[in-house]
Design a protein around this ligand. Structure first.
Ligand code: ADP
Length: 745
């Protein structure tokens, strides 16, 4: 089928032509036949790289031509950026929304295509962005993630709400192979397109001894080393291919890359470009892991996992796409989204540790996603996915367990009452529903109820949720009418679980009361001369580590895994700081309590300017972990700050201070300095250590001294800022927040 015959906008057809795309792939043709361009809802379940994005793009351009607006929902921020560049420069306006969750982002509505994550889409709905009522085409990329444990419920609510708001909206759901596509399609009122067609043939096989066994052939390979995984890689590289090796932990990913680098060093393989890539990685390296990454990559073997920083990952991805890096060993995160195919995919670790269960096989869907990465269109003659068997017996087992096994069904994740409660609050707060009965009928439209037909339990679940929200004073009930309180609206807009909000509110109120009582004593005791002692008492009521520990116990924060080696350090910390902690440790929940403590300690290190490298060694983590955990905590501290403003105003300055320290990774003494534009943690520390502890001190500074510290340009800018003698500096977080969200100090 010729694309030029589809009556698509000329600019789109031209852009495809430029890329050499003139004919549709067979599954794409099937989508068109099924009504893709005639507003039909479709669930498209076809293999990776068979052109799903192009299908969605054609439909979106059709809508835009008719004055419509499209929302493209992706699971990861990184994927949003990838799609943004793919959709741009084709004659339509494209916007991307992945940022802060409490903004309405009205300007986004000006775009024809808005790319967003499901969390951001939900928050835009909660913040009542008007243009969300104007969506004519909804694309769900990786729609099977409705099944994702931590994020599926949000995606399900987004779909349900948008369908509720926009009657004739076309839904295009793109998914990996799933076990129950018919059910999923029925819920979406969609027709189903399935196909096994791939642009590059895929051979799936099992490696045992020295042979890859597949349905069609038995291929013997050379075994120059004693390691199967390395031999499989060498064999593929000698034939001109590249390999992805999937392993089950970061340590294994790094370990394999080190071993493979040594093997490549001894082989004939060489590529001068690798030196340049190695240099880039050396420049980006701040830790031991970064330096190891650079060395291995320089030999042609690299690794990829979430503990790495974004720039490190990007350098590795590009080096692989350009064909220089020959092998990447990776944790399964790489299989989930990134478009990074290789000729041979080796699934080395198909067992994974699961708390409470020990080692369990990975899901079939995950195996398929990994296998689907095999074969670069136009570059490889075929793709190969190879599982490594531990023995002859297991070779047969692997065939049954993965290659021939049906994919798992997708299920709904709204089966958790605390998650339903959070969504119910948002439904009330955003005025989606006004009465309990409406709540039930709205929830009846969800995938959860569609699959379980559990309407009779539903009213019980709804009753429980409404009761909880009422007792937490997040909603009020007047007869049948439900409405959110100011506090409830805030919690919904902050996009945190109501349980989290309750944990924060209760503790902050308790602390505020304690402080107020302390203040009374303080006044009284001033007469009796005990003032200093009482002051000390007041200080200890509020502690940074206490607040961090509290926030780490909430359902919105994930915590770090505790290893055996961590225990002595954690125990020591606990005994030394017991008085400052806000949550007691219990013998029954020791494992979780220590995980909370470890995470809080790491964050406390961060706001006390302990270097990345020390944090990584001390807590057994990578720099990417520090980034992730700080990012999550930043949002929770911002939320706590907003909540304290409303519920415990005496503490708001203290909470806000911790929020800003987390944002910049600084001690309290640097806070006055980071209010200045262009002054972050490093420059602020340099200024402070040179005696410039406040903007006032900078004002009288000798210019040459200041420019020696900051460089001429920044010194000039900073001087100009402080001389303006404004109360709020341009870079001040206080002024920014005031403009952005109505939150002022
Ligand atoms: P998926 O989303 O299914 O993984 P993509 O849409 O990313 O796959 O497509 C994979 C690659 O195939 C892209 O580089 C895309 O440009 C290309 N492609 C898609 N459709 C066609 C087509 N009909 N002819 C040639 N190349 C195509």
């Amino acid at each position: 089928m010729k694309i030029s015959n589809l009556h698509l906008p000329e600019s789109l057809v031209e852009s495809y032509k430029k890329k050499g795309i003139e004919d549709l792939y067979p599954p794409q043709e099937e989508c068109v036949r099924m009504g893709l361009l005639e507003n039909k809802n479709l669930l498209i379940s076809i293999p990776t790289a068979s052109g799903k994005t192009l299908v969605a793009e054609m439909a979106m351009h059709k809508h835009i031509e008719n004055g419509g607006k499209c929302l493209y929902v992706v699971p990861l921020k990184a994927l949003a950026a990838e799609k943004f560049s793919e959709f741009s420069d084709k004659g339509v306006r494209v916007g991307i929304a992945t940022g802060d969750l409490d903004k309405k982002d009205d300007f986004l509505g000006k775009n024809d295509i808005i790319i967003t994550t499901s969390e951001k889409a939900d928050s835009l709905l909660r913040n009542r962005a008007v243009w969300m009522n104007m969506i004519t085409c909804l694309v769900l990329d990786e729609a099977h993630l409705i099944d994702s444990e931590d994020r599926g419920a949000t995606l399900e609510m987004v779909i349900t709400k948008l369908r509720y708001l926009n009657d004739n909206m076309q839904v295009i759901a793109l998914t990996a192979t799933i076990g129950n596509p018919k059910k999923f399609a029925e819920w979406l009122s969609a027709d189903l397109v399935t196909s096994k067609w791939r642009p590059v043939d895929l051979k799936e096989g099992v490696f045992f001894s020295d042979t890859i066994y597949s349905d069609t052939e038995e291929k013997k390979i050379k075994t120059p080393t004693k390691h199967d995984d390395a031999n499989l890689c060498l064999d593929c590289i000698e034939e001109g291919g590249q390999c992805l090796v999937f392993v089950n932990s970061r340590r294994n990913a790094e370990g394999f890359a080190k071993r493979m680098a040594k093997v490549l060093e001894k082989s004939d393989f060489s590529d001068p470009e690798l030196e340049i890539i190695q240099k880039k990685l050396e420049d980006a390296a701040e830790t031991e892991m970064g330096r190891i990454l650079a060395i291995c990559t320089g030999k042609g073997a690299s690794f990829h996992h979430a503990g790495m920083k974004k720039d490190q990952r990007q350098i590795v991805e590009q080096g692989f796409r350009d064909g220089h890096i020959k092998v990447i060993s990776s944790t399964p995160t790489l299989a989930a989204g990134l478009n990074l195919p290789a000729r041979r995919v080796i699934i080395r670790d198909y067992m994974r540790f699961k708390g409470g269960f020990g080692m369990v096989p990975i899901p079939v869907r995950e195996y398929r996603q990994m296998a689907g990465r095999a074969g670069r269109p136009h570059l490889d003659p075929y793709g190969e996915a190879v599982l490594i068997a531990k023995g002859r017996e297991s070779a047969n087992g692997l065939y049954e367990e993965f290659i021939d096994a049906p994919a798992e069904d997708v299920k709904s994740r709204l089966d958790d009452e605390s998650i339903i409660t959070a969504h119910i609050l948002s439904l009330i707060s955003t005025g989606f529903v006004k009465e309990s009965a409406d709540l039930v009928s709205f929830l009846e439209r969800t995938f959860y109820v569609y699959l379980n037909k559990k309407s009779k339990y539903l009213s019980k679940i709804v009753d429980n949720a409404v009761e909880f929200l009422e007792s937490a004073e997040m909603i009020t009930r007047l007869g049948d009418q439900l409405s959110a309180t100011e506090y409830g609206n805030l919690v919904s807009r902050l996009y945190i679980n109501p349980v989290t909000a309750e944990i924060i509110t209760e503790k902050l109120k308790e602390k505020q009361n304690a402080i107020n009582e302390g203040e009374k004593i303080l006044l009284d005791s001033s007469k009796t001369g005990f003032k200093e002692e009482e002051k000390e008492n007041k200080e200890t009521v509020f502690s940074d580590i206490g607040l961090l520990q509290l926030l780490c116990t909430t359902p919105d924060m994930y915590t770090m895994y505790v290893k055996k080696d961590d225990l002595p350090v954690l125990e020591k910390f606990f005994y030394e700081h017991e008085d400052e902690l806000w949550v007691g440790l219990s013998y029954d929940t020791m494992e979780e309590d220590f995980a909370v403590l470890k995470t809080a300690m790491l964050l406390d290190n961060w706001i006390n300017e302990i270097g990345d490298e020390t944090i990584c060694t001390r807590f057994n983590v990578g720099p990417g972990d520090i980034y992730n955990v700080v990012e999550s905590m930043k949002w929770l501290l911002y939320s706590a700050s907003r909540i304290s403003y409303m519920m415990a105003p005496d503490l708001r300055v203290r909470v806000r201070e911790v929020e800003l320290r987390m944002k910049h990774g600084i001690k309290r003494e640097l806070l006055p300095l980071v209010k200045l534009r262009n002054i972050g943690r490093v420059r602020a520390r340099r200024l402070f250590n040179n005696g410039f502890s406040s903007p006032e001190k900078i004002k009288n500074a000798d210019f040459s001294k200041l420019s020696a510290i900051l460089g001429k340009k920044i010194a000039e800018d900073v001087l100009e800022q402080v001389k303006r003698e404004e109360h709020d500096y341009p870079g001040s977080d206080y002024s920014k927040k005031e403009n952005g969200s109505g939150f002022s100090e």
